[in-house]
Design a protein around this ligand. Sequence first.
Ligand code: COA
Length: 272
Amino acid sequence: MPDIFQPDTSFADGKILKTITDGVGVIIFNNPDKRNAMSLEMWEGFGQALTSLRDDDAVRVVILRGAGGKAFVAGADISQFETQRHNAAASEDYAKRSAAQRALLAYYPKPTIACIQGFCLGGGMQVAMLADIRIAAASSQFGIPAAKLGIAYGYDGLRHLVSLVGPSWARLLMYTGMRIDAAEALRIGLVERVTPDDQLWGETMLIAETISQNAPLAIKAAKITIAEVLKDESQRDMEAIKAIGTACMDSEDFREGRQAFMEKRKPQFRGR
Ligand code: COA
C-alpha cells in the first residue's frame, strides 16, 4: 500500500490527513509511532476531515486508512486514559466528545470504505465497523481488548459488532479480548474482502473508483434504505425511503443511465 501521500489538508497536528483524487476522498490516521492510536485531538481532527469531505461536491466516496503499514487504528490512545478517562464521570465526557465524531461517520451521506492493514483494535474496530464496507490485508488482525483493560465498550460499538458477526461471536471476542486474523474476520462477516497485503490499496481504490463512477443518487437510495432495513420496524422511516426513491427515478442521472445503455457508451453521472 503506498505510504506516501500528498495530503491536501492535515488536522490534529498532522495526525489526521486528508486527500482527494478523482472523486475519491481519503482520510489517513497518521500516528504510526503509536500504531495510529486515537487521541481526543485525533477524534476531533477525524470529524473535521469527515465534514470537509462530506461538504465537497467533487467527493463521491471516502476511504479510511492508517499510515505506517502496521496498523489501521490500534484503539484509543491509552496514555490519555489516566487524565481523561480514569472514572465514570471523566469517561462520559471523553465518550461524548469522541462519539460526536463517530456519529458523523454513522450518519455519513456518502459511501465509506475502511481499508485495513495491520492492527484494527478497540476504537479502531468501532471506526471500521461504522464504515459501509471493510477491505482487509491478509496480515491484518482484529480485536476488542476492552476486557483486558477493564473498559465497557458501549452500545454503539456492540450494536454494530452484533449486527456484523452475531451475538455468539460478539461474546467470544468481548469476553476473551482475543485477536483474530483476517481469514477468520472474513469467515465471520467482520470484513467483506481480504487481499494479499501488496494488493490492498489497488483493490480498495478499484472499488472506490467503481462507486465514484456510478450514479450518486442510486447509491444514496441504497445507503438510506439499507440503514432503514437495519432499524427496528417501529423506528423505520418509510417516507425517507420513498423520498429518495422518487428523487432517483426523476433524476437526470436515470435518464443518462438509460440513454448511455441504449447508445452503448459509458454514462456520465452528475448526482442530480
Ligand atoms: N494507546 C497508546 N499507545 C499505544 C497504543 C494505544 N492504544 N497501541 C500501541 N501504542 C504504542 C505502544 O505503547 C508503543 O509505544 P512505545 O514505542 O512508546 O513503547 C508503540 O505504540 C508501539 O507498540 P508496540 O506494543 O511496541 O508494538 P507491537 O507491534 O508489538 O504491538 C499492538 C502493537 C497494537 C498489538 C500493541 O501495542 C497493543 O496491544 N496496543 C494496545 C491495543 C489496545 O488495547 N487497544 C484498545 C484501546 S481501547
